[in-house]
Design a protein around this ligand. Structure first.
Ligand SMILES: Cc1ncc(COP(=O)(O)O)c(C=O)c1O
Length: 391
C-alpha cells in the first residue's frame, strides 16, 4: 500500500473534541469543549423556521449571501469604526475554523514561517502543518500572559510571514492592551508581515477590559486578515458561520481557496443569522453582562473550594492549576477528573508549545445550575484524585 500523507500524520486529532467524547463516555459535565448551553436568540430560530419554508435552500454566492455581508459590514463599522466594502472585503466561511485555515493557506507557501503565541488555540498548529508552514511559537507567560517584545521580534526576524493573534485569547483569557497591539503593529510593519487575527470572542470581554480590533490601528487594515465568527456571539456554534475581513487583494485570493475548500457556508443559515447581525447594541451589552455573571459565579465557586485559577479578561475559559495533585500527565488527570469526579476538562498541554503540565482548561459557558453542579463535583477533587501537597 502507498503511504498516507506526512501532513496528515504530523498532528493529532483535536484534544478538545476528544475530551468531549470522554465526557460522554463517563457522563461527565462537559466543561471541556467551549460551547454554550444557551439557546440562540429567538429571532434567529423564528427566522430559521421561515427560511425552512421559504428558502433559500440552494448555494449562496460562494463568498457569502449579499444581505449577510451587508449586515456584517454595518456591524463591523459600528464596533470597529472601519468602513469596509461588503462586496470585495468580506468572505463568509464555515466558521472561523475555515476562515483561519483559508487565511493561512492564502498567505503561506510550503516552508514559510508563521508566528503563533503560546498558549494557543489548538487549531493553529494543525493549520500551519496542513498549509506546509512552520509555526514559530512566542511564549506568553502565565499568569499575566504578557509576552516579551524581543521574543516576538526574533520570530519576525527569523522570517515569519504572518503572526496569528487570538484576541481575546483562548485559553488564556488575555485581552491584548493597546500598548501590546501597538508593539505588534510596529513589528509587523518593520518586518512587513501579515497579522491573521482570530476574534471570535470580540463581544465576550470583562470590564474594565475593552476589545480593540487590530485592523483599527493606524496603517494596520492593510496587513490584517481578521477571522470572526457568529458561533459564540449568538450561541450558534453548530451553524458554522464565520468570515474573513481583509483588503480586497487578500480577499480575492482567499475567495478562491474557500471556493474549492467548501464552496460556501450554508445559505439557509446565512439568511436566518442576518437578523442577528442587525441587532441593536443592547444585545452585545447584555451578552457581556451575561458572561460576566457566569465568570463571577464560577470563579468565586473555585475560590471557595481553594482551587487556584487564572483570571480571564475575556472569552469564557479558565486555567486551573493542578500542580498540587502531583500528576505526571495532565491528560491522565483529565481522564480521572471525567471518570471519578464527573467533570470534563482539557489538558493544558494541548495549548502550550512549551513543556507544560500544570494546567487544565475549564469553560464556564454553562447555566448557573450546571456550573453549580460542576462545582459540587469539584469539591470532591482532593478526596477522589489524591492527597494535595500544599506548596
Ligand atoms: C479561539 C477560537 N477560534 C475559533 C473557534 C471556532 O470557531 P468556529 O465555531 O467559528 O469555527 C473557537 C472555538 O472554540 C475558538 O475558541
Amino acid at each position: 500500500m502507498q503511504e498516507l500523507s506526512i501532513r496528515s500524520e504530523r498532528f493529532t486529532d483535536s484534544v478538545i473534541r476528544r475530551m468531549t467524547r470522554i465526557c460522554d463516555e463517563y457522563g461527565a459535565i462537559n466543561l471541556s469543549q467551549g460551547f454554550p448551553d444557551d439557546a440562540p436568540p429567538v429571532e434567529l430560530t423564528n427566522r430559521l423556521a421561515e427560511v425552512a419554508a421559504d428558502g433559500p435552500h440552494q448555494y449562496a454566492v460562494t463568498w457569502g449571501a449579499e444581505n449577510f455581508r451587508n449586515a456584517l459590514a454595518k456591524k463591523f463599522k459600528n464596533f470597529s469604526g472601519i468602513t469596509i466594502d461588503p462586496q470585495s472585503e468580506v468572505l463568509v466561511t464555515c466558521g472561523s475554523t475555515e476562515a483561519m485555515i483559508a487565511a493561512v493557506m492564502t498567505v503561506c507557501n510550503p516552508g514559510d514561517r508563521v508566528a503563533v503565541f503560546s498558549p494557543f488555540y489548538e487549531n493553529y498548529g494543525a493549520d500551519a502543518i496542513l498549509c506546509g508552514a512552520e509555526a514559530i511559537y512566542v511564549p506568553m507567560r502565565p499568569p499575566s500572559f504578557d509576552f516579551d517584545a524581543d521574543a516576538l521580534e526574533k520570530a519576525f526576524a527569523s522570517g515569519a510571514k504572518a503572526l496569528i493573534l487570538c484576541n481575546p485569547s483562548n485559553p488564556s483569557g488575555k485581552v491584548f492592551s493597546l500598548a501590546e497591539l501597538e508593539t505588534i503593529a510596529r513589528l509587523a510593519e518593520k518586518y512587513d508581515a501579515f497579522v491573521i487575527t482570530d476574534e471570535v470572542y470580540e463581544h465576550i470581554v470583562f470590564e474594565p477590559y475593552q476589545h480593540i480590533y487590530f485592523a483599527s490601528l493606524p496603517g494596520m487594515f492593510e496587513r490584517t486578515i481578521m477571522c470572526g465568527s457568529l458561533s459564540k456571539t449568538y450561541h450558534i456554534t453548530g451553524w458554522r458561520l464565520g468570515y474573513i475581513i481583509a483588503p480586497t487583494s487578500v480577499v480575492e485570493r482567499a475567495k478562491k481557496v474557500h471556493d474549492f475548500l467548501t464552496v460556501g457556508a450554508a445559505s439557509p443559515l446565512q439568511e436566518a443569522a442576518t437578523i442577528g447581525l442587525e441587532f441593536a447594541d443592547s444585545y452585545y451589552t447584555d451578552l457581556r453582562t451575561h458572561y460576566t455573571e457566569k465568570r463571577d459565579f464560577f470563579l468565586s465557586g473555585l475560590d471557595k473550594l481553594g482551587i487556584k485559577h487564572t483570571n480571564p479578561q475575556g472569552a469564557y475559559y479558565v486555567l486551573v492549576d493542578i500542580s498540587e495533585f502531583g500528576y505526571e500527565s495532565d491528560m491522565d488527570f483529565c481522564i480521572d477528573l471525567a471518570q471519578k469526579v464527573g467533570v470534563g476538562a482539557v489538558p493544558g498541554s494541548a495549548f502550550f508549545n512549551e513543556e507544560e503540565n500544570r494546567y487544565i482548561r475549564l469553560h464556564f459557558a454553562k447555566s448557573e445550575k450546571m456550573l453549580s453542579k460542576a462545582l459540587q463535583r469539584l469539591a470532591s477533587l482532593p478526596e477522589r484524585l489524591g492527597q494535595r501537597n500544599p506548596s
